[in-house]
Design a protein around this ligand. Structure first.
Ligand SMILES: Cc1ncc(COP(=O)(O)O)c(C=O)c1O
Length: 428
C-alpha cells in the first residue's frame, strides 16, 4: 500500500524511508518514545481516517458510523478493563489536549492549580508560563527536595494548605522515581481539591501493575498512548463517575469530561488513531505485556547501574521506573553537548533540566534516558549495561576518536542484532 506514495509523492516517500532507516540504525533512548507494533501502524493507515464521527458511540452527529462505533467502543472497553477505570474518553488527540480538556471540565479561568514545576520534571501543560495552561489558570508549583531530589509529600501538603488550589496535578515528564498517588489523595482531601494524575510516561507500568495505581485514588487521570503504553500517538482521559466536589451537579464527572473533549475542545475524532488505540490496548491486555514492562524496569536499572559505576551522577541516585536523569555536571559536559555527541554515535537521547539546574533550559545540565523503546526491540539487561559503559566512556572523553568509534560500533552491532520492523520492506 505504501508504494502508492512512492509514485505520487516521491519526496515524502523518501523522507519516510529515511526515517525508517534512522529508527533502525540508532539506539533510541528518548524516554517518551517507543515503537508501536506493525498492527498498530497498519491500523493508522486505513480508511477509518475518512470518516467524520463527532459525538460518541451511539450518539453521533453524522450517519454511517456503525463501524467507527465498534472501534471506539472496543477502545473504551479495553482501556476500562486494562486500568479498571469507571469511565474512559479515548478521543483526545494528544497528551496536551487531554490535559486542556481535563482542566476545562472542572476549572474556570483564573482558578488555582498546584502542579509539579517544569524545572523539576513537570510538563509544559502543568502550568508553564509559555503554555495556554499557565496563561489561563493560576498555577503554583511544588518541586522536589533539594537533597534527596524526590517529592516531599509533607512539603507539598504545606504548600497546598497555603495555596488552597481547586486542583492538584500529580505526574511528570522527567522524574525517575515512583509517585505515591495515595499521598497526593490525602493532600487533595486535606484542602478540598480535585486530584488529577497525568500518567503519560508511566501508563504502561501502571497497566502492568508495576507502579502504584492512580486509578482508585484520582478524580481524573490523563495519559498519552504512545510512550510506555506503546500505542499510536494520542491520549485518553480516565475518570471516576462521581464528581467529588459537585455531587449534586447536573452532570457527573464523566459527562463533564466528555463534553469538555467534544464539543468543548475538539471536533471530529481521529478514528484511525482511536482504532489503533484499541489494537494497542488489546496488546497491553496480553500477559506478554507485563513481561515487557518488567524488562523495561530491569533494563533501565541496568543502564543506570553501569553509568553510575562509571562515575556519572544519577538524579535521586537511581531509578524505579522507565527513565533516568543524568547530572552531567559530574563530568563537565553540558546536556546539549552530550545529546549532540551521542547523536553522532547513534545513541538517541535528550537534554533535560535537572532539579535546581545551575544552567539555562536551552543547554541544561542533564540528559534524560529511557529504556522502553530498546526493550521493545529486544535488548537485554546485559546490552543495556554495555550501552551504559560505552556511553559513559564517550561522555567523559568527548574529543577521543576511539571512544566515538567504539560507541558507533556498539550501536551498529546492537541495531543489527535486534532488527527493527523486519516485516516492513519499503524497498519493494
Ligand atoms: C507528563 C506529560 N503529560 C503530557 C504530555 C503531552 O503529550 P503530547 O506531546 O502528546 O501533547 C507529555 C509529553 O511528553 C508528558 O510527558
Amino acid at each position: 500500500m505504501l508504494n502508492f506514495i512512492a509514485s505520487s509523492d516521491p519526496k515524502i516517500w523518501s523522507a519516510i524511508k529515511g526515517e525508517l532507516a534512522r529508527q533502525r540504525s540508532g539506539l533510541e533512548m528518548i524516554a517518551s518514545e517507543n515503537f508501536a507494533s506493525p498492527a498498530v501502524l497498519e491500523t493508522m493507515g486505513t480508511v477509518l481516517t475518512n470518516k467524520y464521527s463527532e459525538g460518541y458511540p451511539g450518539k453521533r452527529y453524522y450517519g454511517g458510523n456503525e463501524f467507527i462505533d465498534i472501534c471506539e467502543q472496543l477502545a473504551i472497553d479495553r482501556a476500562k478493563a486494562l486500568f479498571g477505570a469507571e469511565h474512559v474518553n479515548v478521543q483526545s488527540h494528544a497528551g496536551s489536549q487531554a490535559n486542556l480538556s481535563a482542566y476545562a471540565a472542572i476549572l474556570k479561568a483564573g482558578d488555582k492549580v498546584l502542579a509539579m514545576d517544569l524545572a523539576c520534571g513537570g510538563h509544559l501543560t502543568h502550568g508553564a508560563k509559555v503554555s495556554f495552561t499557565g496563561k489561563n489558570y493560576q498555577f503554583q508549583h511544588y518541586g522536589v527536595d533539594k537533597d534527596t531530589e524526590r517529592l516531599d509529600y509533607d512539603k507539598i501538603l504545606f504548600t497546598a494548605q497555603e495555596v488552597r488550589p481547586k486542583l492538584i496535578v500529580a505526574g511528570a515528564s522527567a522524574y525517575p522515581r515512583q509517585i505515591n498517588f495515595s499521598k497526593f489523595r490525602q493532600i487533595a482531601d486535606a484542602v478540598g481539591a480535585y486530584l488529577m494524575v497525568d500518567m503519560a510516561h508511566i501508563a504502561g507500568l501502571v497497566a502492568a501493575k508495576l507502579h502504584p495505581d492512580p486509578i482508585a485514588v484520582a478524580d481524573i487521570i490523563t495519559t498519552t498512548t504512545h510512550k510506555t503504553l506503546r500505542g499510536p500517538r494520542g491520549a485518553m482521559i480516565l475518570c471516576a463517575l462521581n464528581d467529588r466536589l459537585d455531587p449534586e451537579g447536573k452532570k457527573n464527572l464523566a459527562q463533564k469530561i466528555d463534553s469538555s473533549v467534544f464539543p468543548g475542545s475538539q471536533g471530529g475524532p481521529l478514528d484511525h488513531v482511536i482504532a489503533a488505540k484499541a489494537v494497542s490496548l488489546h496488546e497491553a491486555l496480553q500477559p506478554s505485556f507485563v513481561d515487557y514492562q518488567k524488562s523495561v524496569l530491569a533494563n533501565t536499572a541496568a543502564l543506570g547501574s553501569a553509568l553510575a559505576a562509571a562515575g556519572i551522577r544519577l538524579v535521586t541516585g537511581g531509578t524505579d521506573n522507565h527513565l533516568l536523569l543524568l547530572d552531567l555536571n559530574s563530568i563537565n559536559i553540558t546536556g546539549g553537548e552530550a545529546e549532540k555527541l551521542l547523536d553522532q554515535a547513534g545513541f538517541f537521547t535528550n537534554k533535560n533540566m535537572i532539579p535546581n539546574d545551575p544552567r539555562k533550559p536551552t543547554d541544561p545540565s542533564g540528559l534524560r534516558l529511557g529504556g522502553a523503546a530498546l526493550t521493545t526491540r529486544g535488548l537485554t539487561a546485559t546490552d543495556f549495561a554495555s550501552i551504559g559503559t560505552t556511553m559513559a566512556n564517550l561522555l567523559k572523553n568527548p574529543t577521543n576518536s576511539s571512544a566515538l568509534k567504539e560507541a558507533k560500533e556498539l550501536a551498529t552491532h546492537l541495531t543489527q542484532a535486534y532488527p527493527l520492523y523486519p516485516e516492513l520492506n519499503y524497498d519493494r
